[in-house]
Design a binder for this molecule. Structure first.
Ligand SMILES: Nc1ncnc2c1ncn2[C@@H]1O[C@H](COP(=O)(O)OP(=O)(O)O)[C@@H](O)[C@H]1O
Ligand SMILES: [Mg+2]
Length: 162
């Protein structure tokens, strides 16, 4: 479950009481919030929920519709914002139900893994807790591409939740 050594985990954890939980609306991302809640419980940690608006988050049918209708920019953008806001609102409610008291929500654009790693640096988080899989449709893999990339590039410890 721990992607890096327990030693690193303890060191970074002591440096920052922020836990970054990137969420994409998947079941595993909700499980990641549950794990963050357990980790936050004693340390009174702040949990930062992040959704990255990337191309893969937009259903193919909507993308095709937007391109056929020559919709670029605002309507597509509004749709993405609505999805992100909805995901974060649901995540925030879930986090509250699990007893997390300090919750920050963030939206970023671009490549999900890169944006997650950048957010971890910018917000000086002590650790990232995320799902091992997400909304992706490829079955049979232990890890999704976002979780793999984040665990390689993250400036802090990464816990991937199965
Ligand atoms: N767009 C995103 N915004 C925020 N977090 C994400 C995003 N995509 C994936 N994640 C995080 O990465 C985890 C693993 O997802 P991913 O690697 O994309 O697997 P899959 O290939 O199954 O979709 C998710 O559970 C979630 O925590
Ligand atoms: Mg995915």
């Amino acid at each position: 479950m721990f992607q890096s050594s327990p030693k690193t985990f303890v060191r970074k954890e002591m440096m920052s009481n922020k836990i970054l939980v990137p969420i994409d609306g998947s079941e595993q991302a909700y499980k990641a919030i549950d794990v963050a809640a357990k980790l936050a419980y004693n340390g009174n940690a702040e949990v930062v929920l992040l959704n990255v608006i990337g191309r893969e988050q937009m259903p193919e049918a909507i993308r095709r519709f937007a391109s056929v209708e020559h919709i670029e920019g605002p309507p597509e953008w509004q749709y993405e914002q609505l999805v992100a806001a909805g995901l974060l609102k649901a995540g925030q409610q879930h986090a509250r139900n699990k007893g997390i008291q300090t919750i920050d929500t963030r939206v970023r654009h671009g490549d999900p893994a890169k944006a997650i790693v950048e957010a971890a640096s910018d917000k000086s988080v002590g650790m990232i807790v995320m799902g091992n899989r997400g909304l992706g449709t490829v079955k049979g893999l232990a890890f999704g591409s976002v979780s793999q990339k984040v665990s390689h590039l993250a400036p802090c410890s990464v816990i991937t939740v199965t």
